[in-house]
Design a protein around this ligand. Structure first.
Ligand code: T1G
Length: 690
């Protein structure tokens, strides 16, 4: 039997009190479940006790089931058994909620006979975000308490509601600003005296069922193949057709099927990987961030403007600096135009727009950066330009100011060497559009001070980003792997695949766009310029650029975009050009299945990820997954490239890479030593501990 140290039991007058103390978030692990079950049993056996209150210490009432326990052998008491004990208690049980009551935590509260919460509390069933559905009565009790038409959207979105909203819905009996335990005890005594609250008020009217069915139909249309949406519909629908106990059984069956589903395993991996990424190897909690009260951005182009918007949106005053008035005016006009679109869409009020614009001070010349606590350079991707900017910043920036470059692949130590303060210089690589994309690669050099890294990560969070600390190296993590996919695309086009087939393979996998459509959107000339600067060739991509087909901005690239259409159409001229290039290379074109295309695109990326881990450029495989999910729209329900590779099997991937290397004669495609070793040991990247 698990120990019960995480639940304190005491009796105050006629009311017993069970207080959960299971930091950090009172997750319903075995010890918490055992402690609560014991409290219910003791309260029911104690003749001097008329009721029981369940309360908690810390920032959460209960954050839900312990996600790390899923997929492991069950430990009694199970959560459903605990909830049966609470609901079946001969004496009323009242929940005293502070912080968050999420998932199984809200299901504990739902099994109680009354619920009181502190203002500021949040209540929700976020299981849908983990590829699941509530698995301990939530789909059966919540609709009975507040109606299915209100309960279903809560479970479908997974978003919590405020204490006030919950009170309005009838999910809470009271909301108080203090003394939640005392008020819960009074309610418990009242329920003991009156016997009320024994069963949830039944809100399941015909009108409610119809409203629910309409919402369910909508949800099913947008499910996009996610199995937990139809499962949620089936579970909630059963409240109208089955007795409670049978409905519980339906919910449990569906829940257990989803726990075993690959999508849920991937989403649970992402949940923990997103938290792991915040742990910076070799930097302890004693290293505190520097204070950032103001910023400066060098360069008012697309990236610089987007970065300045990030600061303005986060309430941090920012100076946007250019070399001359004209590009500065262009940059400011572009920012205002982007805010105008948000106002037109209703996602930004005109007042907020004005406030944000006011936080951006345009200026010409580096001296305007003199007072900034952090300066982010977002100038032209050319080392000489960056070195001269950093030499200039070194002269004007105040001591202790952090100097960051937004470069997407250039060498940070070389940039830092242009200053006399390399300990204050690092990379902060935003992704376009910078005011939208979540990923921020924080590039840590050997010389940068730990508190500078900690400051960049904390600032990234304040800007609403997902910061991932990466090592210095060409293309860092994301772009270094993206280059492998770009090369693979070129190989496939020459070997016989067509742009729409390559893109369809990736969109069928779950990406929003494939590589050819992406290139057309971003502008094919960007890659073309980068290849020329590095003396690299890509026959098809270069030929398309030599024809001036830069993509959407020129009306054609890999595809045709008639009258500025957003969705590209196949272009016979491009397909003829590709065929001609194959012929010139003496290649006999052949067709490829989507599965072959997917393997040829993703295996080399995974191989590069293995090399990145070998070089210590990423601390953990999960960090690479977080980079690709937040920076390149890798579908979260696929877990990220390294998680995906484990689900395929590294031995399978290693064999495919060996065959590809032999077919192309490109030794760089041979499996990396780390991948080979893990494959030989029949392990996955998940076996590596960061
Ligand atoms: N299980 C296990 N660990 C958890 C956890 C959970 N439910 N929630 C948080 N943690 C860990 C987290 O990994 C981190 O660990 C630490 O707690 C702090 O988390 C049967 C099936 C509660 C809003 O989905 O939304 O109930 O990194 O950094 O920013 O129907 O955590 O310190 O080692 O996120 O203050 C449903 C998930 C579960 C809620 C707090 N519940 N958690 O945010 O801290 S499934 C959830 C959160 C379920 C039932 C179903 C947030 C938070 P470490 P943190 P935070």
């Amino acid at each position: 039997m698990p120990s019960m140290t995480k639940v304190r039991y005491e009796v105050r007058g006629r009311v017993a009190l069970a207080t959960i103390d299971g930091p950090p978030v009172n997750a319903l692990g075995a010890e918490v479940r055992a402690g609560l079950a014991d409290a219910v049993e003791r309260a029911n056996k104690d003749a001097g006790v008329t009721a029981l209150v369940v309360a908690a210490e810390g920032k959460a009432f209960i954050a839900g089931a312990d996600i790390s326990e899923f997929g492991k052998p069950p430990v009694a008491p199970s959560l459903p058994d605990l909830l049966d004990a609470i609901a079946g208690s001969s004496k009323p049980v009242v929940a005293a909620i502070q912080g968050v009551a999420l998932g199984g935590g809200l299901e504990v509260a739902l099994a109680c006979h009354g619920r009181v919460a502190l203002t500021g509390a949040k209540l929700g069933l976020p299981e849908i975000k983990l590829g699941l559905i509530p698995g301990a009565g939530g789909t059966q009790r919540l609709p009975r308490l507040i109606g299915a038409a209100k309960a279903f959207p809560m479970m479908l979105s997974g978003e919590p509601v405020s204490a006030g909203q919950a009170l309005e819905y009838g999910l809470l009996d009271e909301v108080v600003s203090e003394n939640v335990v005392a008020v819960a005890s009074q309610l418990a005594e009242t329920l003991a005296a009156t016997g009320a609250g024994r069963t949830a008020a039944d809100r399941l009217t015909e009108a409610d069922r119809e409203a629910f069915e309409a919402l369910a139909a909508e949800a099913l249309k947008k499910a996009e193949g996610a199995p937990n949406v139809p499962a949620l519909v089936e579970a909630v629908r059963s409240v109208f057709s089955l007795p409670f106990a049978e409905g519980l059984a339906v919910e449990r069956r569906l829940f257990l099927e989803l726990v075993a589903d690959e999508r849920s395993k991937a989403l649970r991996h992402v949940f923990f990987a997103e938290r792991e990424v915040a742990k910076l190897p070799g930097i302890g909690p004693e290293v505190k961030p520097r204070e950032i009260l103001s910023a400066a951005v060098i360069g008012a182009g697309t990236m610089g403007g987007g970065i300045a918007m990030c600061f303005a949106n986060a309430g941090i005053p920012v100076t946007l600096i250019e070399t001359a008035q004209a590009p500065l005016d262009n940059g400011m006009n572009r920012i205002a135009a982007i805010y105008d679109i948000s106002v037109q869409r209703g996602s930004l009020t005109p007042e907020a727009r004005a406030q944000r614009l006011k936080r951006i001070t345009p200026a010409v010349g580096l001296t305007a950066a003199a007072k900034a606590d952090i300066v982010i350079e977002a100038a032209f991707e050319e080392m000489g330009v960056k070195q001269s900017i950093f030499t200039g910043l070194d002269k004007v920036a105040k001591p202790g100011a952090i100097l960051a470059s937004n470069t997407s692949y250039l060498d940070i130590p070389t940039i830092a060497a242009a200053t006399g303060r390399p300990q204050d210089v690092l990379g902060m690589h935003f992704f376009s559009p910078a005011n939208v994309m979540k990923l921020l690669e924080v590039v840590r050099t050997k010389e940068v001070a730990d508190d500078v890294v900690v400051t960049a990560v904390a600032l990234g969070r304040r800007l609403g980003k997902v910061p991932v600390v990466v090592g210095n190296g060409f293309g860092f993590v994301g772009n270094r792997m993206l280059e492998q996919r770009t090369r693979a695309t070129e190989r496939l086009l020459v070997a016989g695949a067509l742009p729409h087939e390559i893109d369809a393979a990736l969109t069928g996998f779950g990406f929003k766009m494939g590589p050819c459509a992406m290139a057309d959107l971003a502008g094919n000339d960007i890659g073309w310029r980068s290849r020329k600067a590095r003396g690299l060739k890509a026959s098809v991509a270069d030929a398309i650029c030599e024809a001036g087909w830069f993509g959407q901005k020129t009306g054609r690239g890999y595809y045709l975009y008639p009258q500025g259409a957003r969705a590209g159409q196949r272009d016979p001229e491009v397909e003829a050009l590709i065929a001609r290039i194959s012929a010139e290379k003496g290649v006999t074109r052949r067709s490829f299945t989507s599965e072959e295309i997917l393997a040829r695109l993703l295996d080399p990326m995974v191989n590069e990820g293995a090399r990145i881990l070998e070089a210590g450029i990423a601390a953990r495989p999960g960090d690479i997954d977080i980079v690709w999910i937040n920076g390149y729209n890798w579908p979260a329900w696929r877990g990220g490239p390294m998680f995906w590779a484990d689900s395929v099997g590294l031995d399978v991937i290693a064999k495919r890479l060996e065959a590809l290397a032999a077919e192309t004669g490109d030794k760089a495609l041979e499996p990396a030593p780390l991948l080979q070793r893990l494959a030989a040991e029949r392990k996955g990247f998940g076996s590596l501990k960061g």
